[in-house]
Design a protein around this ligand. Structure first.
Ligand SMILES: Nc1ncnc2c1ncn2[C@@H]1O[C@H](COP(=O)(O)OP(=O)(O)OP(=O)(O)O)[C@@H](O)[C@H]1O
Length: 555
């Protein structure tokens, strides 16, 4: 049984960007996971407030300027990745001032392999984990959403490269009855391995809207959500676990100089700042709700970004925030503001569920398989033969040899004539055990009329009630040319019951050549029951007899 809902707070981590001259007003306590800002009163004016000179914030973890990307991944992201593999939704989002290291944390630096960020490392971890779990089956899909000027765009859209932004199809958000968010026009691509997933990341990053700002040479002008959709189940089980891992790079708060900035940059900054303002409102509302205050309405709908993060901020998700700060002196007020925001985020309560459900299609598939196995068991209990594939060339040669040795067997296309049989059930087919078949063929062939001169051994048609042996031997015949489909060779004309049989085989869609017919059944019966013979391993009900055949009295 799935565990019940678990109420969890949002974990907050602080990451410090390395700078050449870090401010001395800032101190860390990595044992207590605290950061302290000590600002003399005379300096505080113009910074955050001039009433306080001492600020202290606690986090779940502090990643100092020395922390490498692998450490960041292990501490911040691995738990979320493992959760996603077990059916729990996860979100990791980076929040901080522009240029403070959000993109570096989430995606990574472009120059060195060791600088790859949480997204590529999560992809590697997921596929590495999949390869270790042999008892489970997983499928992974990727989507990549960009929110630019409060509009949604698909970063994996193939049109992206050739169309202007305003001509692109927009992604729309919808809300299901249970409050979960869904997307329209957002593509999801299956990634079968790490390389395919990384290619999608690369494609999306190439499409991302970036421009230069006074703070950052390559500033993200949009919020981006890279989502890894994981579906997993234990082999042989119908329970499916589906989870989403959202890796979010939010655009940073923009300080826009009044002069020297074009209208586009102004507009972008306005939308970024507004959406971050709405994010704060959502967080404050959730925090107050968590503190027991009456907040029936949480203003998610004010912006697309808050809607897209609805499940992550107060929904069914294990969420982690990385607050990125720049420790330079002139950035202190922004850093304090980021830390303060993180404290509020930590108060948000999510209700986390294991996303597990019975998959009806898997159940049907499994039940069908069970039916197949039971039928197989019944067939074995009845002593019917196991199915086998087509005869190998070697087997055909042996077959031909045996038939030939018992009949007057020539290779010129004439037929071996077998005596007519009364209706009977021939339980041995070319798929049955070869030795038994050869024995039967031999017995049959021994009864062949001396006039028989053929390349085919067939039970001739005595009446429409007859049943046939369905192997023939052609010493000249290579079955290759005719294998598959009806494949009856015009070079080896078949007449009498053989023709009847072959045309029946053809109508039944069986594989047939001048040399052999493979029905998939081990029984053929004439008369009304012929319709009952199925192409498959089973035969429908009827007065079937068991192994062997009995030559008719006339035979
Ligand atoms: N921890 C770090 N170690 C080394 N370099 C870093 C680190 N954090 C950030 N940088 C570098 O600082 C620059 C700005 O970082 P980044 O682009 O990640 O900031 P950002 O917060 O995403 O900014 P924006 O909001 O403008 O997109 C980049 O050149 C990046 O490589």
């Amino acid at each position: 049984m799935a565990p019940g809902p678990e109420v969890s707070g949002i974990d907050i981590y602080l990451r410090i960007k390395p700078v050449q001259r870090a401010s001395t007003r800032l101190a860390f306590d990595t044992t207590e996971n605290k950061i302290k800002f000590v600002i003399p009163r005379n300096e505080a004016a113009g910074l955050v407030t001039n009433r306080r000179g001492h600020f202290e914030f606690r986090f779940n973890g502090i990643l100092t300027a020395e922390a490498k990307q692998d450490e960041v991944f292990e501490r911040v992201a691995r738990p979320a990745v493992m959760g996603a593999m077990s059916g729990y939704n996860g979100t990791i989002f980076a929040y901080g001032q522009t240029g403070s290291g959000k993109t570096f944390t989430i995606t990574g630096g472009p120059e060195r392999y060791v600088d790859r960020g949480i997204i590529p490392r999560s992809i590697s971890a997921i596929f590495s984990e999949i390869s270790k779990r042999a008892d489970q089956q997983f499928t992974v899909h990727i989507s990549y959403l960009e929110i630019y000027n409060n509009e949604g765009y698909d970063l994996l859209d193939a049109e992206r490269e050739i169309k202007a932004m305003e001509d692109l199809q927009q992604v729309h958000l919808g809300e299901a009855d249970d409050g979960t968010v869904s997307y329209r026009n957002l593509s999801m691509y299956r990634a079968n391995n790490e390389e395919e997933a990384l290619n999608l990341l690369f494609l999306g990053d190439t499409n991302r809207t970036i421009s230069e700002t006074p703070m950052n040479m390559a500033s993200s002008r949009s919020h981006c959500i890279f989502t890894i959709h994981v579906e997993g189940r234990k082999v042989g089980e119908d329970l499916v676990r589906r989870s989403k891992l959202n890796l979010v790079d939010l655009a940073g708060y923009q300080r826009v100089p009044k002069k020297g900035v074009d209208r586009t940059t102004h507009r972008e900054a306005k939308y970024i700042n507004l959406s971050l303002h709405y994010l704060k409102q959502v967080i404050i509302a959730r925090q107050e709700k968590a503190m027991g205050m009456n907040r029936p309405h949480i203003p998610y709908r004010n912006s697309m970004m808050t809607m897209a993060l609805k499940d992550s901020l107060g929904g069914n998700c294990r969420t982690t925030m990385v607050a990125t700060v720049n420790s330079a002196q002139d950035q202190l007020d922004e850093s304090i503001s980021t830390c303060r925001f993180a404290q509020r985020v930590a108060m948000v309560r999510n209700t986390v569920l294991l996303n597990e459900e019975l998959d009806p299609s898997l159940m049907i598939r499994r039940l069908k398989q069970e039916v197949r196995e039971l039928k197989e068991e019944i067939r074995l209990l009845k002593g019917e033969e196991e199915e086998r594939g087509p005869l190998t060339p070697d087997e055909i040669t042996r077959l031909q040899g045996t038939v030939g040795s018992h009949g007057d067997f020539h290779n010129d296309g004439a037929r071996v004539q077998l005596p007519p049989y009364r209706p009977f059930i021939q339980q041995h087919m070319i798929r049955s055990d070869l030795d038994e078949l050869l024995y039967d063929l031999g017995t049959w062939a021994a009864a062949v009329s001396p006039a028989a001169t053929g390349a085919e051994a067939m039970v001739p048609k005595a009446s429409s009630q007859d049943v046939a042996l369905v192997a023939s031997g052609s010493s000249s015949g290579s079955d290759g040319a005719n294998r598959g489909g009806s494949g009856i060779s015009p070079d080896h004309p078949v007449s009498g019951f053989g023709a009847h049989l072959l045309s029946y085989a053809e109508a039944a869609g069986w594989e047939a050549t001048a040399n052999w017919i493979r029905t998939g059944v081990s029984v053929m019966q004439s008369g009304p029951q012929v319709e009952d013979v199925q192409c498959g391993t089973q035969v429908s009900s009827g007065p079937w007899e068991t192994a062997g055949y009995e030559p008719s009295a006339e035979g």
